[in-house]
Ligand binder design. Structure first.
Ligand code: C5P
Length: 320
C-alpha cells in the first residue's frame, strides 16, 4: 500500500469495520433478584437506527482508541474507557480464546450511541467487535457461537448482534425474534449524565423492599405489545409501552420527570425511559411527526442531544 492520508471515515487497508445499533425496550418487565445477581426479565427489544462503529486492523497485541459521543469532557462525565474495562477489549479476548488465536488487533470505536444512557451502546460495541474480529482473524464462528460469546459479555449483547425486534427472557440474553415490519419512528432525548445499570436495578430492589412498587412476581406479559408492534398502529403501541426500570430511574434522577413531561408536551404519542435510562424515548406517529418532535425537543433546553431514529434495523453487520 502507498503511504498517505486515509480519507476520514474510510476503513484502512487490511482493516475490517462493523456497526451495531442502539436499542429501546418497548416492554421491560423485571422479576425478582435471582441468586446469580441478575433479574429475570421479560422484555421486547427494538433495534433503532443509531449506530456505533468498530474498526479492527492488524496489530501486535490489543490496542483500543475511542472517539465520538460520550468520549469527551463536555458530555457530563460519561467516560468510555479505552482499555481492558471496555467490552470491546473483552470481546476481543473472549473470541481469541474461543478460536485459539492470538488477540492481535488495533481496535477503534466511533461512538454515536451515548454511554450509560439505557441504549445498549457498550453492548453494540461488543457485538460489532465480535463481527469485525471474526473476519479479521478468519475465525469463521457461527452466528450461534457468536451469540454464546455475546451472552458471556453482557445481557444485551446477543440482541445487539441479532437486531430487529426480539422477545428477551432469562436475563435478557435468550432471544426469540419477532417479525413485525412496520417502521417505528422515535425521538431520543439524551440528558446530561449517564446512569449506571446495576445502580438502577438496585434502586428497583430497594423500592420493592419498601413496598413502593409492585414486587415483580408475576411478570407482565409481552403479548399485548408484540400484537401492537404487528398491528402497525402507533396508538396501540403507545398504550402497550411499559418499563419497570422507569420508577427507579426517576427515583435516582428526579429531573427525568421534567424531561418526560417535555416530550409529552411536545406532542409525542407516548414517552418512556429507555432501558435503565436516562434516555427519554418519545414515540412519533410517523416520520414527519418525528422531525417536528426533534425540532421542538432540541429547543426545549432539557436534553443535551436529541436524535430522530427508526426501527427495526438489523443487528451488528460488516461495513463495506
Ligand atoms: O449483563 P450486564 O453486564 O449488562 O448487566 C449489568 C448489571 O445489570 C448486572 O451486573 C446486574 O446488576 C444488572 N442486571 C440485572 N438483571 C439483568 C440484567 C442486568 O440485575 N437481567
Amino acid at each position: 500500500m502507498t503511504s498517505g492520508a486515509v480519507p476520514s471515515g474510510a476503513v484502512p487497508s487490511g482493516a475490517v469495520a462493523a456497526r451495531a445499533p442502539a436499542k429501546i425496550n418497548v416492554h421491560l418487565a423485571v422479576g425478582p433478584l435471582r441468586p446469580d445477581g441478575f433479574h429475570e426479565l421479560r422484555t421486547v427489544f427494538l433495534a433503532v437506527s443509531l449506530y456505533d462503529t468498530v474498526t479492527a486492523a492488524p496489530g501486535e497485541g490489543l490496542s483500543l482508541a475511542v472517539a465520538g459521543e460520550g468520549t469527551g469532557a463536555a458530555t457530563g462525565g460519561a467516560v468510555v474507557p479505552a482499555d481492558s474495562r471496555n467490552l470491546v477489549w473483552q470481546a476481543a479476548e473472549l473470541l481469541a480464546r474461543h478460536a485459539g488465536v492470538r488477540a492481535d488487533a488495533a481496535l477503534a470505536v466511533t461512538k454515536a450511541i451515548p454511554a450509560a444512557a439505557g441504549l445498549a451502546g457498550g453492548s453494540a460495541d461488543a457485538a460489532a467487535a465480535l463481527v469485525a474480529l471474526d473476519v479479521l482473524w478468519g475465525t469463521r464462528a457461527s452466528r450461534s457461537d457468536l451469540s454464546g460469546l455475546a451472552a458471556q459479555l453482557g445481557s444485551d449483547v446477543p440482541f445487539s448482534l441479532l437486531g430487529g425486534i426480539a422477545l428477551g427472557t432469562g436475563r435478557g440474553e435468550q432471544l426469540s425474534p419477532v417479525l413485525a415490519r412496520t417502521p417505528w419512528h422515535w425521538v431520543l432525548g439524551i440528558a446530561g449524565e449517564g446512569l449506571s445499570t446495576p445502580t438502577v436495578y438496585a434502586e428497583l430492589d430497594r423500592l420493592r423492599a419498601a413496598g413502593r412498587v409492585p414486587d415483580g412476581t408475576g411478570l407482565a406479559p409481552a403479548e399485548p405489545v408484540i400484537a401492537a408492534l404487528r398491528s402497525g398502529s402507533p396508538a396501540a403501541l403507545a398504550a402497550g409501552l411499559s418499563n419497570d426500570l422507569q420508577a427507579p430511574a426517576l427515583a435516582l434522577r428526579p429531573a427525568l420527570r421534567r424531561a418526560l413531561s417535555a416530550a409529552s408536551d411536545a406532542g409525542a404519542a407516548a414517552v418512556l425511559v429507555s432501558g435503565s435510562g436516562p434516555t427519554v424515548a418519545a414515540l412519533a406517529v410517523d416520520e414527519a411527526h418525528a422531525v417536528r418532535l426533534t425540532a421542538t425537543l432540541a429547543g426545549a433546553g432539557v436534553f443535551r442531544t436529541v436524535r430522530a431514529v427508526s426501527g427495526p434495523v438489523p443487528g451488528a453487520r460488516l461495513l463495506g
